[in-house]
Design a binder for this molecule. Structure first.
Ligand SMILES: Nc1nc2c(ncn2[C@@H]2O[C@H](COP(=O)(O)OP(=O)(O)O)[C@@H](O)[C@H]2O)c(=O)[nH]1
Ligand SMILES: [Mg+2]
Length: 328
């Protein structure tokens, strides 16, 4: 192998060799093709990579056509956002999902009790957020397909057990995320061919705070090499779980909007959920695409406006705004 290959390339190459599925091999190859140095000396290697890539793509397409049954690692999104948990065995992942959702997950004090992703719906105030329990990773082993689940979520919750070896857990989790390009890197943002970022937003859920000394939290802060929010919980302490859900809601960067018909009370039970930064027109479109073209005016009850103030179509919506839409 030529000596001038970069650490990024070697990481991607390692990922490729360790990948257990064609889907993951394809992702790793894309990464290899992206980071391989472009000069005469790598011409041959690049041609080989492209060949391997086309062959894999083709065989994956064929397999897709004959495959039966759904992929258990493909978790359809539902609710206002999807959070996928990542952590070592026994870090407390299943306990989180079991505490905040009705999903029948397996909490156990033996490792590898969870073998495929298990989604549950958590209620946060008036919306539902999906939390996905995951099989564990270790320094040597990551389950087949797990990268695909992580790539498609809105938020990754890195679960760290405060009562256990924090240095080792953070290293295993961050190395895993980094080598799969899942860790956001503002200096080196990576996007796929459709313009979607490969990295996902990540935060840390520090578990078992009842069983750990206060210094462990400081220890964790020091071990994190990337800026990441930490929310500490004890699974039997409702206040800490509520705070975790509030943190998740905030990190999802979404707003809840209550639509109101003129002369009627707003529907306060079932808000529309939109990305933060959405405006009145975006709301109208999410309610009804064709009707949105006929939007004339809107009134807003909420923060930063007088009650019932007329607002423009480009008015940016705030969480919990009530909006009355007037159509032509
Ligand atoms: N003391 C304490 N134990 C916990 C807490 N959360 C989970 N555990 C225990 O840790 C063990 C592993 O939990 P589990 O959720 O199955 O971990 P997973 O392998 O990451 O899914 C179980 O025995 C749990 O009862 C916590 O907040 N405090
Ligand atoms: Mg589990």
């Amino acid at each position: 192998m030529p000596a001038n290959l970069t650490p990024d390339y070697l990481k991607a190459d390692k990922w490729f060799r360790e990948a257990a599925t064609d889907e993951e091999r394809i992702l790793a190859l894309e990464e290899m093709m992206r980071v391989i140095p472009r000069h005469k000396g790598t011409d041959h290697m690049r041609a080989e990579l492209r060949k391997k890539y086309s062959a894999l793509k083709e065989s994956a397409e064929k397999k897709k056509k004959v495959s039966h049954g759904p992929d258990p690692f493909h978790i359809l999104r539902s609710g206002a956002g999807q959070v996928v948990l990542l952590g070592l065995p026994n870090s407390g992942k299943s306990s989180i999902v079991s505490a905040v959702t009705h999903a029948k997950v397996h909490v156990a004090d033996f490792p590898f009790a969870t073998s495929i992703p298990m989604p549950g719906m958590a209620q946060f105030e008036d919306i539902k957020i999906e939390i996905v329990d995951m099989p564990p990773i270790t320094a040597e082993y990551a389950p087949t397909g797990i990268v695909n689940t992580l790539r498609n979520c809105d938020l990754i919750g890195v679960v760290i057990d405060l009562s256990s070896d924090i240095g080792q857990q953070t290293k295993v989790c961050l190395d895993f995320l980094e080598s799969r390009r899942l860790l956001p890197d503002p200096d080196n943002p990576v996007i796929d061919e459709s313009g979607k970022s490969l990295a996902r937003k990540c935060f840390v859920i520090a578990t078992k705070k009842d069983a750990a000394s206060a210094e462990q939290l400081d220890n964790l802060k020091q071990k994190l090499t990337k800026p990441m929010e930490i929310t500490a919980i004890f699974v039997n302490d409702k206040t800490s779980l509520y705070k975790m859900m509030a943190d998740i809601f905030r990190l999802l960067d979404i707003v809840r909007i209550y639509a109101k018909k003129p002369g009627q009370h707003p529907d306060m039970k079932d808000p529309f959920v939109l990305p933060k930064g959405s405006n009145v027109m975006d709301l109208a479109q999410s309610i009804h695409k064709e009707l949105a073209e006929k939007l004339k005016t809107a009134r807003c009850w909420g923060s930063g406006v007088h009650d019932g103030q007329n607002v423009h179509k480009t008015h940016i919506l705030n969480d919990k705004d009530i909006i009355e839409l007037h159509f032509a």
